[in-house]
Ligand binder design. Structure first.
Ligand code: G1P
Length: 287
């Protein structure tokens, strides 16, 4: 069965973006004019997912407010020549059912995903971390296909320079990456020291997981900080059933820090249809 539900963990406090996140959830900070969360949902819908579970917290009511129907906003967009945007937003809302799950007392990424259990049901599902923005839906679509064909789980990977490895989960592959970018995965380790990393392939916040991921999360022993790491649950899945990685070639931005967010905004602004040329001119003059 191909996964149809995509889980988006969005309950964090966004401490790295204070003071903005005192009032605005990190996931709604704009990439030019579009909230990061909308880009993530567009990616999932583009990869064939039709049920989105947003794991949020009651302390972030703006997340749910973003999904309320807003006929007056749509009318305003249409009357100001932005009908294509209104169509896009309405089409996404028609295609994908959005449900909410709550993580009011956060205990790590594994715990966040576990909070989506009832909303997902007993099915394979994807997890998309909203800190990571992808160029398009092709990686996620390929991951869902690989997972459906194997009956196991698949993670999105990217090769990075050694200095970046200790900020991420790093996989231990079995054998070589094939012509489609697919590689078998034996295990993985969360944020290893650079000289202990088993490869240069990092987890980039895209996962398509077999339904028994929830049982694996239940079995994870919390770390010293009380956090339930998703990577520990993935290790159990990899030990028991087919587990693949797909090495991504598309562009990717880690917007989890103000610096990463800024690189995404600048890069995407440079190629933006509306403001790209004007922004490039301005930037040239500036530098
Ligand atoms: C999380 C995961 C890590 C992954 C990263 C991708 O870490 O635990 O395995 O590589 O996302 O962005 P975090 O960024 O939440 O510390």
């Amino acid at each position: 069965m191909r996964a149809r539900t995509a889980v988006i963990p969005a309950a964090g406090m966004g401490t790295r973006f204070l003071p903005a996140t005192k009032a605005v959830p990190k996931e709604l900070l704009p990439i030019i004019d579009t909230p990061a969360l909308q880009l993530i949902i567009d990616e999932a819908v583009g990869a064939g997912f039709d049920h989105i579970v947003v794991v949020t917290s009651h302390a972030k009511p703006a997340i749910e407010a973003y999904f309320q129907p807003a006929p007056e906003v749509m009318a305003k967009l249409r009357s100001s020549g932005r009908g294509a945007l209104a169509d896009h937003l309405e089409r996404t809302a028609d295609t994908a059912r959005i449900t909410f799950a709550y993580q009011d007392d956060p205990h790590g990424l594994g715990h966040a995903v576990g909070c989506a259990r009832e909303a997902v049901g007993d099915e394979p599902f994807a997890v998309l971390l909203p800190d990571e923005i992808m160029g398009d839906s092709s990686l996620l679509a390929q991951m869902a296909d690989v997972a459906a064909a194997s009956g196991g789980s698949t993670v999105g990977l990217k090769r990075v320079p050694p200095g970046e490895l200790s900020a991420y989960g790093v996989v231990e592959p079995i054998g070589d990456v094939d012509a489609d970018g697919v590689v078998q995965v034996r295990s993985m380790v969360e944020k290893p020291a650079m000289n202990e990393a088993p490869s240069d392939l990092i987890l980039i916040g895209r996962y398509v997981l077999a339904a028994d991921a929830f049982q694996a999360i239940d079995r994870v022993v919390p770390g010293a900080n009380g956090e339930i790491q998703l990577t520990d649950a993935l290790k159990m899945l990899a030990a028991a059933a087919p587990f693949h990685g797909v090495v991504s070639k598309i562009s990717r931005y880690d917007t989890g820090t103000p610096f990463g967010w800024l690189t995404a905004v600048v890069d995407l602004a440079l190629v933006d249809e509306q403001i790209g040329a004007q922004f490039r001119d301005w930037l040239d003059g500036r530098i």
